[in-house]
Write a protein that binds this ligand. Sequence first.
Ligand SMILES: O=C(O)CCC(=O)C(=O)O
Ligand SMILES: [Fe+2]
Ligand SMILES: [Zn+2]
Length: 593
Amino acid sequence: METMSQIKKIERKVKKLQHVVLKETGVTCVAHPTKILAICNAGLVNGLTEEIIVENFKKYGNVNKVCLVPGKSCSFVSYRDLESATMAYNCFNGKLNIAQENKPVYLSFVENLVDFEEEKSWSILPEGLVVLEDFISEKDEETLLELCNFDESCGSMKNRQVKHYGYEFRYDINNVDKDKPLKEKIPMECDFLWTKLNETYFKGFVPNQLTINHYMPGQGIPHHIDTHSAFEDPIMSLSLNSSVIMDFKCDKKHFCVFLPRRSLAIMSGEARYNWTHGITPRKFDVIKSQIGFNTLQRETRVSFTFRRVLQGNCTCRYPFKCDSYAKNNEDKCIEEKVAADLEKTHVHDVYENIANHFSDTRHKPWPNVLEFVQGFQLGSLLVDVGCGNGKYLGHNKNIYEMGCDTSLGLLEVCKNRNFNIFNANCLNIPLKNNIADACISIAVIHHLANDERRLMALKEMARVLTVGGRCLIYVWAKDQKKDNEKSSYIKQDRKNRKAENIEINKNEEEITISENIKLPVHTNRTQFKHKDVLVPWKLKSTEENKQTFLREVVWAEKAVEIRPLETSMHSVFLDFGDFKHRFVAAKARVSLR
Ligand SMILES: O=C(O)CCC(=O)C(=O)O
Ligand SMILES: [Fe+2]
Ligand SMILES: [Zn+2]
């Protein structure tokens, strides 16, 4: 029994900690019983884990949610009913010892649970993953387990033991030595698996590489994608002696997949190439069923992972996850320093030099952009990223507008026209998050020299946009013909208007940008032949002082290689449609994730 003074002491302690919970998470503690408990002084930073919480709190009822807050020393657990939560509260508050520091935890009721973690799912499988339960009998399991005596000859990893057959998988280079097959091939005892598999829709899979992983309870394997260039599709993994939860992750998705003992997991397509898989090192797994969370004790697990070594390059559809793609495109991609220098010389400096002349040629706003700008309501804020001479500012008297550009010369023109402007690069817009209702960027991001920088510019625009805000982006189109119709860019050339098909046989000039990058010089008013080019700008000064500046332009084709953005609040969908003038329009719809 607790004495009165002990009770008072716990109460004082909890009072203090309730403020900490509020400050750290924004969650308010309440005095009356609820279904949700805050564990006020233990969380991820004290080594508390989901399975420890479930393991302890399930004693008093069905736990239906556990929430650990990244970087904080508090956590939450919720029950299906009030009685269980009250019972846990009464029995554990000030008494239960679950965090590392051997101090009792203090509890409090809370009204609402905020989700701090990525959403996990226990019931969905990633596309391309198949789990065949009871794939082998207990007898077969025994036979296979006898094959692998883990002794000194096996590689011992930090978290598990491994043994390879057919080819060695080298963890130092994350690949196999393709020209050094091992003497020891996949044991014949495994052959029955492929006969069995022929009864399913994975006919004809014959592996030539086997990795046996041996995990003690508490051990695991870090998240990874099996190197694309090392193995073909599919990859198969047989679970022996213990079930386990294997975590599959892709973007913000996190699926906890239960691999029962004696099941065969087959990863192909998305699951093989685009999702990571891994096993969290722990002694229990947290399982979610219809009634709530539970834990399952792990036994020693032995997995047989069967694969086919890939000859040649990977040709998957997932370039961003593919080592073959990265390797083959290494020298094509313009690295950061070169990219920044290129933009300085062939974009920023050029616009400074041609500012006034450029401005004189830019009066007529394009109708699509006008329509977009004029569609915003009273009081909306519009940001024009790369506003040039302010051609799109001042067309909607109901809205507040700001323009930014790198060219001081062009900003000077805007200033004289009384527009609100500031000097900034689209890669770094000096505005707060989530403030602009509208954003336009007309013929700007194709001047950025590589994919990363174009993506960065889009992320910046998404960042300053309010949730639900809208953005209109135009970039150059490589193809200047559509349905046999020439764009006005080509038509504006007199020669082109007369003759239908003019081949330009002129030798192309190339400018050296860096050691391994040369950019071709484009002939104005002709169909573009390359993705990255320098576009000449002829300054009409005095005849003897004629000057040509080369502006760097990268194609729409490249600029649109953009996936949904991983910013915290927005995703951007680009849908390139309108073919107008020399540009392709991208209407970026920004919405809440
Ligand atoms: O243990 C398993 O089932 C998977 C092993 C694995 O992912 C690997 O060796 O690459
Ligand atoms: Fe793997
Ligand atoms: Zn690949």
